[in-house]
Design a protein around this ligand. Structure first.
Ligand SMILES: CC(C)(COP(=O)(O)OP(=O)(O)OC[C@H]1O[C@@H](n2cnc3c(N)ncnc32)[C@H](O)[C@@H]1OP(=O)(O)O)[C@@H](O)C(=O)NCCC(=O)NCCS
Length: 156
């Protein structure tokens, strides 16, 4: 499957609207909170989002790199891979791997030693890509609670 990876830039309203809808539906957060996640809010220009796009210009995947002041498992001021998804009909064709690599390269370029993420059940996918588990924590939003595994990738 031939996809190109494009960074979402401010003003690309159509792409941003699609990602906002994903965050609201899959993360169960409000529109306002999704907006905050998507708007660059520090000097590195993080969070940054990328989309995987088919030659037909259809968006089939997304990933985001965000700086978390207080991450899970007591991780402070580190970059986190968030909101990775690939359209269901196009999974297992290498698109997820490419999106993860983009995040790792960006973290490396900014001089970070590690990039982090939390996941409920995709540990095997990330282990395959060289990530290690560092612990578990509870992810809570409103009444919703999940135990997540926190993982990191060494970037040097
Ligand atoms: C997880 C997800 C992003 C993977 O995307 P993908 O495009 O199917 O992944 P890839 O095709 O790049 O797979 C890369 C490698 O991981 C393996 N892999 C893919 N999905 C896997 C899974 N769910 N469990 C275990 N291994 C997996 C592939 O076989 C491949 O291994 P290989 O190189 O040895 O063949 C996709 O399944 C998804 O969008 N899931 C729903 C959203 C989600 O769970 N996001 C992660 C939240 S933390």
């Amino acid at each position: 499957m031939r996809v190109t990876i494009e960074r979402i830039m401010p003003g690309q309203d159509e792409k941003i609207a699609l990602i906002r809808a994903y965050l609201v539906n899959h993360w169960c957060i409000s529109e306002e909170e999704a907006e905050r996640h998507l708007a660059p809010h520090n000097t590195l220009g993080l969070p940054q989002s990328w989309v995987a796009v088919l030659p037909t210009r259809v968006l089939v995947g997304h990933v985001m790199l965000a700086l978390e002041r207080n991450g899970l498992c007591g991780v402070k001021d580190q970059p986190w891979l968030q909101a990775l998804f690939v359209q269901e009909s196009l999974r297992m064709q290498g698109i997820g791997r490419i999106l993860v690599r983009v995040v790792e390269e960006t973290g490396r370029r900014y001089g970070y030693r590690f990039v982090y993420l939390d996941t409920i059940r995709e540990m095997h996918f990330y282990r395959n890509l060289g990530w290690e588990e560092i612990g578990t924590d509870v992810w809570a939003r409103g009444a919703e609670k999940d135990t997540v595994t926190v993982m990191r990738k060494r970037l040097d």
